[in-house]
Design a protein around this ligand. Structure first.
Ligand code: G3P
Length: 219
């Protein structure tokens, strides 16, 4: 994935849960997106159906460090891979993973060629998770998540520092930013600040016409 990544996290928004998730995924799969790579992270329980039925890259919102076996209630990278999932979001502010466990999850995902997007809410956390050499690190300041204050407006200097920091630690790891991203200017700014894409939450699922809204953001 060399084009800038636009990763839309459906979280458990009611507008994207259950059958609405499939509808939304179908709408977003029709978005004209020549310059960008668009991927979605549906709710965990709709992931398989969407990966089966919709022509769009699907990421999982979480993944556990375990393989197959006696692991009640866990999510295995092996099953995600078999489902056709292309990548995983890890350590989101709403689903933190201890660093020791995160290391194991990244190792198992790498073995299965699943892209890893590790979220970090501070520069010191960016530094720690960069050592794990994930595919992407998503800088998302917790206090801006869910707001309409874009991280690109509120924290441009931190984004630049995060990009520089990650480049120093592992030049193959790309940086995304997220929190409050809600218009094409936010995406333009994010790329200007050196990131290779964005993580978007509420703005797309909650839009009156999500397909049109996203198309406007990707012009
Ligand atoms: O994972 C993306 C997310 O946390 C950003 O949320 O709603 O501020 O775009 P939002």
């Amino acid at each position: 994935m060399t084009r800038p990544l636009i990763l839309i996290n459906f979280k458990l928004y009611k507008e994207a849960a259950g059958s609405k998730g499939l509808d939304l995924a179908r709408k977003l799969s029709k978005v004209k997106k020549s310059k960008y790579e668009v991927a979605i992270a549906p709710s965990l329980l709709t992931t398989k159906e969407i990966a089966d039925k919709v022509n769009i890259k699907v990421f999982s919102q979480h993944c556990s460090e375990v393989g197959l076996g006696a692991h009640t209630g866990r999510i295995s990278a092996i099953e995600l891979k078999k489902m056709g999932v292309k990548g995983v979001i890890l350590n989101h502010s709403e689903r933190k993973i201890p660093l020791k466990v995160l290391k194991k999850v990244v190792t198992s995902c790498k073995k299965l060629k699943l892209h890893t997007v590790i979220c970090a809410s501070t520069l010191s956390e960016v530094k720690k998770v960069a050592e794990l050499k994930p595919t992407y690190i998503a800088y998302e300041p917790k206090e801006l998540i869910g707001s309409d204050i874009s991280v690109t407006d509120a924290k441009p200097k931190i984004i630049i520092k995060a990009v520089e920091l990650v480049k120093r630690i592992n030049k193959n790891t790309r940086v995304l930013c997220g929190a409050g991203i809600h218009c094409k200017e936010d995406i333009g700014q994010a790329l200007l600040l050196g990131t290779t894409g964005v993580l978007i939450g509420h703005a797309v699922p909650k839009a009156k016409d999500p397909k049109k809204f996203l198309e406007k953001m990707l012009i």
